[in-house]
Design a protein around this ligand. Structure first.
Ligand SMILES: Cc1cc2nc3c(=O)[nH]c(=O)nc-3n(C[C@H](O)[C@H](O)[C@H](O)COP(=O)(O)OP(=O)(O)OC[C@H]3O[C@@H](n4cnc5c(N)ncnc54)[C@H](O)[C@@H]3O)c2cc1C
Length: 478
């Protein structure tokens, strides 16, 4: 059977009159769609845009408008770092790429703190124009306000996310990508040779067709999950605000049951006296953030009491699938996020790079061979999967740790031999090696085993009795 699309396009060009029949009966072509659409007709042209009618088997008709005449190679939904980067890489190679972004402005609203490691700039061809400042030290506070510093040689920056996303979008546009803003993708229907995306364009329903659809919709959209892709093990909730904070030369990280149970909170200096203050946790992040702002860590240093809190969520874990036929997830939508910290800019861009390479390979013979595309799922998991899994285990370990025990672990971590390991093995984006090296230290191994018995589901099964955590685990440490 000839590709349906060619027929549509040729008739469109030949016929501009009313009620011209465009499509073949959909039921002949796609057995699964026969209940929804029996036939489609173009009824009129509006400002160069066809208005057509879809008729179902019961005779009811729905009028729609859209660019039925153009088939993109790849439609990317979402203009965050992952969407912009994959569209840039593909357009650069001559693909016809469309980016649909639901917001009026790329990069807004901002949920993210914007801390990135230097390797992002080393690995990807991105200038440091959006960097606000270098971050030299990370100061970690225990629940009882003791602290230690993670050394300066882990080079990181805080970026202006609005500027960063727009910088990537500008590169992509210059490479030839078409951007449509205020275009919210509502649904994606897959056909044998293409996808059709239903889009709400500023209140008007439109349709776009492409050979592939990349969902780079971030963590808040459920569109990928409706296609059975990108579902993480679970979500962590986040809340963040920006405030005028005095005396914050370094990043501060806060631990404790009262502030972020099983997780952490942070203050990151951005520019002037401004700081991004946030919490990531399983519980109600907004409540914990409000508590942090009133805590001894920050109460007396905050100079602007009127802060606006933004809540979001971060996917944690390795999803089973990140592609379903012609629909593929990338970035947060594919759970390509560090499970330890929730940072996803760098991992999302790695995902985008691997996806673009795979699409290029699969399209080398003129079509998009689905069998070749499938390797995307394997390839990105080969690169990031172990990191994600290690982070998930670490999070499980610390899930129900109380403050006394955390203080004990903290004292252990402040010891010089362990600080040396952190300084030697610490890497801003790859945490697996550091975690494994620390776990080899006998004192830490004891604590880890104790936590594992308490918190790891498979360890619990082996030992049904919960072992109380005792102080001597720490007293043994010289
Ligand atoms: C509080 C917080 C702090 C963070 N701090 C850091 C940090 O310091 N460092 C770090 O590396 N990461 C951080 N992250 C994570 C980081 O923000 C994400 O990993 C990153 O933004 C993911 O990029 P993305 O392109 O996948 O998705 P996003 O940046 O979320 O972009 C998705 C885009 O898709 C659009 N979209 C969604 N649905 C649709 C639709 N149906 N139709 C059209 N458009 C749609 C959205 O409007 C958005 O523009 C943080 C996250 C949070 C919540």
């Amino acid at each position: 059977m000839p590709p349906l699309w060619k027929d549509e396009f040729e008739i469109m060009r030949g016929e501009r009159s009313d009620e011209c029949r465009l499509f073949q009966e959909f039921s002949q072509v796609h057995s699964f769609s026969f209940l929804r659409v029996r036939a489609t007709y173009v009824v009129r042209q509006k400002r160069g845009m066809p208005i057509y009618v879809e008729e179902n088997f019961f005779g009811s008709k729905q009028y729609r408008s859209g660019e039925v005449g153009f088939l993109y190679d790849v439609a990317v939904v979402g203009a965050g770092p992952a969407g912009n980067w994959v569209s840039y890489l593909l357009s650069r190679q001559g693909f016809e790429v469309l980016v649909l972004e639901e917001h009026k402005d790329i990069g807004l609203p901002i949920h993210c703190t914007g801390v990135v490691g230097n390797d992002l700039f080393e690995e990807f061809d991105v200038p440091k124009d959006a960097c606000l400042r270098e971050l030299n030290r990370f100061k970690v506070f225990s629940p009882s306000l003791e602290s230690f510093c993670i050394p300066a040689d882990i080079q990181a920056y805080v970026i202006d996310r609005y500027a960063f996303d727009n910088l990537l979008a500008k590169k992509s546009k210059a490479a030839g990508t078409t951007y449509i803003l205020q275009a919210k993708a509502l649904d994606v229907t897959t056909y044998e040779d293409r996808v059709r995306i239903e889009v709400d364009c500023d209140g008007e329903s439109r349709f776009f067709s492409a050979k592939l659809c990349v969902l780079a919709t971030g963590s808040m959209s459920n569109l990928p999950y409706r296609h059975g892709i990108g579902m993480p093990n679970y979500f962590l909730k986040t809340a963040q605000t920006e405030a005028d904070l005095e005396g914050l030369p370094d990043v501060e990280v806060y631990l404790g049951e009262e502030i972020a149970p099983g997780s952490f909170a942070w203050s990151v200096p951005s520019c002037h006296h401004q700081a991004r203050i946030g919490v990531i946790t399983k519980g109600n992040a907004k409540t914990y953030l409000e508590r942090l702002l009133q805590s001894t860590f920050l109460r007396d240093r905050i100079k602007s009491p009127n802060y606006k809190i933004r809540c979001s969520r971060v996917p944690i874990g390795v999803p089973k699938r990140t592609m379903a036929g012609r629909v593929i997830g990338v970035g947060d939508a594919a759970s390509q996020v560090k499970s330890t910290t929730g940072g996803g800019i760098y991992y999302g861009m790695i995902g985008a790079q691997i996806l673009a390479d795979t699409i290029m390979r699969s399209a080398s013979n003129g079509d998009f061979g689905l069998s070749k595309l499938k390797s995307y799922d394997t390839l990105w998991k080969q690169r990031l999967g172990t990191e994600l899994k290690t982070g998930v285990y670490l999070r499980h370990l610390f899930e129900n740790v109380d403050d006394d025990y955390l203080d004990g672990i903290f004292r252990l971590m402040s010891q010089s031999n362990i600080q040396q390991i952190i300084s030697h093995k610490g890497d801003f984006n790859k945490h697996k090696d550091l975690i494994l090296s620390l776990a080899r230290v006998p004192e830490i191994r004891k604590v880890v085993l104790e936590l594992a018995r308490r918190n790891l589901p498979f360890m619990k099964k082996r030992k049904s009795k919960v072992v109380p955590i005792r102080d001597e685990h720490f007293l043994e440490v010289s």
